[in-house]
Design a protein around this ligand. Structure first.
Ligand code: NAP
Length: 356
């Protein structure tokens, strides 16, 4: 990786920099030659970015040249449905305050991280950025998707009125080492954790939400991090840019591939009373290639293998558990061992067709 002429020597604030994507973005910045002392990661305990005073203090104390805004309240379909108000309010407020105070502080570059959840429910596949405004998002994630989409409008309006250099990137569903494997997690870690639980407890069946027909596209988290750093270096336009792998896979095929990778041979049953989420998702990623020379490089099979290997090692080291929390583990194992495999249905702690 070359030394970045654009970012080297700049002070960079990465909001959400301790999160799943954020940690990989910080690593990518370092790989691009940004010294650790120039990278600031404000934690929510110290800077609650929904509060204007905290945002003002962040800019005053750290005087960033560049802001990568990743902080967000995120979750799968279950979390989005349980907390639509919070998902809208927190994300709207964080975005609005961070960009407004970036403008006031004269920040040279603001990189906003959006989401594929902003696209209309019925978008022609592959999703092109030009289709972003042609309908209402899928209902289960609309408050989250719309809150994030307004940051695009703010970025464009500020560029027009104030000349603020704010760009807007929309990653598809991410996966990889460091993901959240607990309740409310993404679909891939949830499935991995459930299959490991099933292997460990001897359960013969795992229940997935919906009917397995929706499709999703997954982007390896390191590819996404590299895209964000490249865009921070090279892209200064008003247009939103998709970040995806271009590989579309059905949820049903996904469950089978993950089961194979984990080594789970039990039954997978579907609960059609639970929502499917958006019917199809796959991005056209040509704009990212044209504007800043980025393409995803990790094949899905390899990324999945690395993710499962990482989880296996974490779990073996006692650092991560699966869908069953550690304090309930021995009780559940005792109960499970008293039942036959056919009687077992894994406790569903989150959606298997999660939306991010
Ligand atoms: N994961 C995906 O599949 C995916 C897909 C598309 C887009 N994205 C976008 O990528 C970004 C990162 O997502 P992620 O999956 O990495 O999420 P994550 O692991 O949950 O990280 C989010 C981070 O946001 C910070 N945060 C939340 N509320 C905050 C507050 N009130 N004040 C300050 N910081 C706050 C948290 O900081 P603390 O740790 O300090 O609490 C947390 O580390 C988000 O903008 C998300 O919308 C993610």
């Amino acid at each position: 990786m070359g030394f970045s002429s654009r970012l080297a020597g700049t002070r960079i604030v990465v909001t959400g920099g301790a999160g799943f994507l954020g940690r990989h973005v910080v690593a990518a910045l370092r790989a691009h030659g940004c010294p650790g002392e120039d990278i600031v990661v404000p934690r929510s305990a110290e800077y609650d970015l929904r509060r204007e005073a905290a945002v003002e203090r962040l800019y005053r104390e750290h005087r960033p040249d560049v802001v990568l805004h990743l902080a967000a309240v995120v979750g799968g379909i279950g979390a989005n449905r349980a907390h639509p108000g919070q998902f809208l309010y927190d994300n709207l407020l964080m975005g609005a305050l961070l960009l407004e105070h970036a403008r006031q502080a004269g920040v040279a570059k603001f990189v906003a991280i959006g989401t594929i959840c902003s696209y209309p429910k019925w978008t022609p596949v592959p999703f092109r950025e030009d289709h972003l405004w042609e309908g209402y998002p899928e209902e289960t994630n609309a408050p989250y998707g719309l809150a994030k989409k307004l940051l695009l409008v703010q970025a464009q309006a500020y560029r027009e009125q104030y000349g603020t250099n704010a760009i807007y990137l929309m990653p598809t569903n991410l996966y990889g080492p460091g993901d959240h494997f607990g309740p409310d997690g993404h679909v891939i870690p949830m499935l991995i954790a459930k299959y490991f639980d099933a292997l460990e407890t001897g359960a013969g069946e795992a229940v997935a939400w919906g009917d397995g027909t929706p499709t999703r596209e997954f982007l390896f988290v390191e590819d996404a991090a590299e895209a964000i750093v490249l865009a921070a270096e090279r892209y200064d336009g008003p247009d939103p840019v998709n970040l995806g792998s271009g590989e579309e896979i059905s949820i049903r095929a996904l469950t089978e591939r993950i089961a194979l990778e984990v080594g789970y041979g039990g039954r997978i049953t579907w609960d059609p009373s639970k929502p499917n989420g958006q019917p199809r998702r796959c991005l056209d990623t040509s704009r990212a290639a044209e504007r800043f020379g980025w393409r995803a490089t990790m094949p899905f099979a390899d990324g999945l293998r690395r993710t499962v290997a990482w989880y296996r090692a974490e779990r073996a080291g006692g650092r991560l558990w699966g869908a069953v929390p550690p304090e309930r583990r021995s009780v559940v194992s005792d109960q499970l061992s008293a039942l036959s495999a056919q009687q077992l249905t894994l406790e569903t702690t989150g959606p298997l067709t999660a939306d991010r």
